[in-house]
Design a protein around this ligand. Structure first.
Ligand SMILES: Nc1ncnc2c1ncn2[C@@H]1O[C@H](COP(=O)(O)OP(=O)(O)OP(=O)(O)O)[C@@H](O)[C@H]1O
Length: 556
């Protein structure tokens, strides 16, 4: 018997479902016991030549079998509900821990590994929670009852069965540590294969261009082979454990049968008692056999437990609330919920930031004042820290020191809308992508698209706003993606708009149009824009250069 504490705690969060599922399992077991007694009765009636008793016993056996069929169906559905509740809770917590701004800068976790944990890892816990845990309860509640009955019938037979049960429960624990180690290897191999697979799918175009498809195939094959070997190693340990359980079960039954038959041969016991000992000895091990079956069904899934713990699937909700990454230090408290109207001035004072393993600050005692009414542009060499500054403003990174305020109060994440250099669009229609931040009126959608310079193109499409956008917007041009993202940001109605290199994917005419749009947007918003194209900044009054972590006014 193996106790996975994390999953017991999770199951205990649903006491009603757990109790109901276990109670039904016990009722199903009772039908097996009743059937054993009825069979013993019928056989002794045959032996004694009592046909009426034989008919009554057979009717009882049929009735019990029908009752068991019904109970088993209800029990299976109760177990599925318990497993589903636990998986849903684990997935909710893991998603909550995963979907945080810090993920953007988390260099330790790969998306494919996370996908494996959120999908297969969490699903893999189902057999243990839904079947194994109620089966453990069944062992501890039902086995003592049967052993007690056997002890009453024949103390020797009862002791043989009790010894077999204890060996079957304790024996597998000898492999516990080895199983944990090999299980870890198995899940690591599975995560690595999933991560490589996802990365290869995403980068297929690049791999083709570089001619590295065969190399990637080889790498994936090596990973796949490593997973196969790890799975085999895990299964070998599990087989050894099965052998111990089978030995204990068969040994217990044979020993009890030997005692029963010896009693029968020496005439010490009536026939019904011998039949009862034979049948009950077998039934006493039924919960153990169930336990072993469910353990095997869920065993590979359990190798995901350490990975799920890393994902935060077992971290209680209240702990997460305490460590809520949206309450950033440095004075920039970030709470979701309010959507801003207009604001006049965004001020940054004394802002410093250093990446965890870096030697120097990327942003050093930086000050910035951006006002509504005119565009603010930030320029700087590649690697100067422009994107880092945006991530600090957005709360994706927490500053080491400094304050970011909007009209004198700490800025909040729902004050700011952003158009990134490589905007992310989602699978769905153009309308779905535009309305991701709320339910705007049709006239607002049209106005935002007009302002972003994409309305004509949308209206020329056969299905207009209902045109399907492929995953990551791959059926749109880079410029169309950027302008759609700008329209989406405008529809968010936030007082501050951060725009990262809005013209990088546009020709000169389109670039001029977008800058013109931003000038217009800046009448109602505080707009800060990163730019690498000096020719687009001719009319921008406030151009700041990021240099060695500081912002300095750029020479005209
Ligand atoms: N997650 C990270 N961990 C450690 N260092 C990082 C990380 N992200 C960025 N850096 C480093 O911080 C510095 C600033 O990077 P940042 O992306 O902010 O520059 P940038 O000005 O936006 O560059 P570009 O114009 O090329 O986009 C760089 O030296 C970069 O190597």
């Amino acid at each position: 018997m193996m106790i996975v504490r994390e999953l017991w705690r999770e199951a205990a969060r649903f006491p009603a479902a757990l109790t109901w599922s276990t109670a039904l399992l016990l009722l199903v077991f009772l039908t097996h016991l009743a059937q054993a007694v009825a069979i013993a009765w019928s056989m002794s009636a045959v032996l004694r030549g009592h046909p009426q008793d034989v008919v009554a016993a057979l009717s009882l056996i049929v009735g019990i079998a029908l009752a068991r069929t019904g109970l088993s169906l209800v029990q299976t559905s109760a177990a599925a509900r318990l497993g589903g509740d636990v998986r849903q809770a684990l997935r909710r917590r893991a998603m909550r821990a995963a979907l945080v701004p810090e993920r953007l800068h988390d260099t330790a976790t790969r998306d494919g590994a996370m996908r494996a944990g959120l999908g297969d890892g969490i699903d893999g816990t189902d057999a243990y929670v839904a079947k194994y845990i109620p089966a453990v309860a069944q062992v501890f509640l039902a086995c003592p009852v049967v052993v007690a009955a056997l002890l009453l019938l024949s103390p020797a037979a009862g002791l043989c069965v009790a010894a077999g049960i204890v060996l079957a429960l304790v024996g597998p624990m000898a492999w516990k540590r080895m199983m944990a180690r090999r299980g870890l290897d198995h899940w690591d191999s599975y995560e690595a294969l999933s991560a490589d697979m996802l990365e290869s799918l995403r980068g297929m175009a690049t791999l083709r261009t570089l001619g590295d498809v065969p190399g990637t195939r080889r790498r994936l094959n090596t990973r796949s082979e490593a997973l196969r070997r790890a799975t085999e190693r895990v299964m070998r340990v599990s087989l050894a454990e099965t052998a111990v359980i089978d030995f204990a079960v068969q040994g217990g039954i044979v020993a009890a049968a030997t005692v029963a038959l010896t009693h029968a041969a020496t005439g010490q016991a009536p026939a019904i008692e011998t039949y009862l000992i034979l049948l009950l000895a077998s039934e006493a091990f039924r919960p153990i056999r169930d336990l072993s079956r469910h353990w095997h069904a869920g065993f590979l899934g359990l190798t995901a437990i350490p990975g799920l713990a890393r994902l935060g699937a077992f971290t209680p909700d209240r702990d997460m609330a305490q460590g809520d990454p949206t309450s950033a230090p440095g004075g920039a408290a970030r709470r979701e919920g309010t959507r801003g109207g207009r604001a006049e001035v965004l001020r940054v004072a004394g802002l410093s930031f250093r990446y965890p393993d870096a030697h120097d600050d990327v942003i050093r005692d930086l000050g910035l004042t951006a006002r509504r009414g005119s565009l603010t542009a930030i320029v700087g060499e590649s690697g100067a820290g422009k994107s880092t500054l945006f991530d600090l403003l957005l709360g994706f990174l927490s500053p080491g020191a400094g304050h970011i305020t909007l009209d004198g109060r700490p800025v909040r994440s729902d004050d700011i809308a952003v158009v990134s250099q490589r905007p992310v669009l989602f699978a769905g229609t153009i309308r779905d992508n535009l309305t991701a931040t709320g339910t705007p009126k049709e006239s607002d959608i049209v106005a935002a698209c007009r302002a972003a310079g994409i309305l004509d193109e949308i209206q020329n499409l056969p299905r207009r706003f209902d045109t399907e956008v492929a995953e990551a917007g791959t059926n749109l041009s880079g410029g169309q993606r950027q302008r759609l993202a700008l329209a989406r940001a405008l529809l968010a109605h936030r007082p501050v708009l951060l725009v990262d290199e809005p013209t990088s994917a546009l020709d000169a005419t389109r670039a001029a149009e977008v800058i013109e749009t931003l000038h217009r947007v800046a009448r109602d918003h505080i707009v800060i824009m990163i730019s690498h194209r000096p020719e687009t900044l001719a009319d921008v009054p406030d151009v700041l250069r990021l240099d060695a972590g500081h912002l300095v006014r750029s020479a005209p």
